[in-house]
Ligand binder design. Structure first.
Ligand code: C5P
Length: 396
């Protein structure tokens, strides 16, 4: 990002407060950032905050007093225009070519690539009008950052959260590096938890969110790979066109899908938290309460990683994961050998901020021969970049 000229256009969503962090990250990476704001964005965060962080005046109008902030010059100056957050209203204006403020005017004048990070309430995001605007903007060649799922400012839970600033920066870096080092490669990724049915109502599951695996899928796809993501029950819905998501529930379904897709895979990254045991018998009807205790007999699930490790042909590459609570390196090193991985990514539940459901992770990459690389606590998007860089280095 060093020396890259970035226009950050902030529109009037509550997510505008995240623009401060985005400016800070971009500046830290060496980019020159010119902030533009719509008038309603200034209601959410002050131009002073963003001009202090960007070390440049912020423009909020095309004409302010006697000043003419040339949208044409700005549009020609930038290496990238990032609209973050982009409201439903701004998306509609950009899609229709309305230019009644500095953001929409610069958008029409810009010759550089445009990146849009929408942020809005779930019903606005799902509305056919918004979907049509997004489609239209995509057809003009604009790049969209996927929206996140979670609690929204309204208190409702759903899709519509702005991509995190770290994810936006990682996306931009991927674009500028123009690293297409996985183009032509097929990548299989397992992610998320599995649910093992006890009866039609209950299951045995775990706390995996699937965030790490989805971040890895997005990183591979951004770098040109055709990704098959075999995803256990997760709220996440990856949107990169290079990702085909196969949704599964149980370890058995994940096993079947993985074995099928491994045939054509050059690289497999097995980040799923697969149940090791499942109920030996699944009751057809809901089990009734009786007695003070009950026993469920469990049987082993197929070990997907070990099976793919056995199937591995010359030229195929497998990355495994190990989430450990104790004797981390010893356990990870044993799994690396036993499951025939090429390297294993270790995260310890001992590390604060690492593991299930966090947006951050702290990993160690362990190679055969016990060579290891320790990484700092980072966002999962950045961790994904580190892991994919390591695969790139070894696959060549
Ligand atoms: O043995 P453990 O479950 O700790 O091994 C972790 C690695 O093995 C991870 O890469 C995980 O995705 C994979 N695994 C699997 N199928 C299983 C159990 C684990 O693919 N049934």
């Amino acid at each position: 990002m060093v020396g890259k000229k970035i226009i950050l256009a902030v529109t009037g969503s509550i997510a505008a407060y995240k623009a401060a962090q985005l400016v800070r990250l971009l500046v830290k990476k060496g980019a020159e950032v010119q902030v533009l704001m719509t008038p309603s964005a200034t209601e959410f965060i002050t131009p002073l905050t963003l001009s202090t962080l960007s070390k440049k005046p912020v423009f909020t109008q095309v004409i302010s007093g006697q000043e003419w902030n040339s949208h044409v010059e700005l549009g020609l100056w930038a290496d990238a225009l990032v609209v973050a957050p982009a409201t439903a209203n701004s998306l509609a204006k950009l899609a229709q070519g309305i230019c009644d403020n500095i953001v929409s005017a610069v958008y029409l004048s810009a010759r550089c690539p445009v990146f849009i990070a929408p942020a809005m309430d779930l019903d606005m995001w799902k509305h056919p009008a918004t979907l049509a605007n997004v489609q239209r903007l995509k057809s003009y060649g604009n790049h969209f950052l996927p929206v996140g799922y979670g609690e929204l400012a309204s208190g409702l839970v759903g899709e519509g959260r702005m991509a995190e600033p770290e994810e936006i920066v990682a996306f931009l870096e991927g674009f500028f590096q123009k690293k297409q080092d996985f183009s032509g490669k097929n990548v299989l990724i397992t992610a998320g938890p599995t649910y093992e049915a006890i009866d039609p109502v209950r299951f045995i599951g775990n706390r995996s969110s699937g965030k790490m695996g989805v971040a890895i899928a997005e990183q591979f796809a951004a770098r040109g790979a055709a990704v098959t993501l075999v995803l256990g029950p997760s709220k996440l819905a990856p949107q990169h066109p290079g990702i085909t998501t196969v949704r599964v529930e149980s370890a058995k379904q994940m096993y079947e899908a993985s074995v099928q897709h491994f045939e054509n895979a050059d690289i497999a990254v097995l980040s799923a938290a697969v149940a090791d045991y499942r109920p030996a018998n699944v009751a057809e009807q809901k089990i009734k309460k009786k007695g003070d205790s009950m026993t469920i007999e469990l049987e082993k699930t197929p070990d997907i990683a070990a099976s793919l490790g056995k199937m591995k042909r010359r030229g195929q590459f497998i990355v495994g994961f190990a989430l450990e609570t104790n004797d981390e390196l010893q356990n990870a090193s044993e799994k690396l050998a036993k499951k025939n991985f090429d390297f294993i990514v270790l995260n310890s539940l001992q590390d604060a901020g690492a593991g299930f459901n966090f947006d951050t992770n702290k990993i160690t990459i362990l190679h055969r021969g016990n060579k290891r690389k320790d990484f700092e606590l980072k966002s999962k998007a950045e961790v994904a970049t580190d892991i994919v860089d390591e695969v790139s280095r070894l696959v060549g």
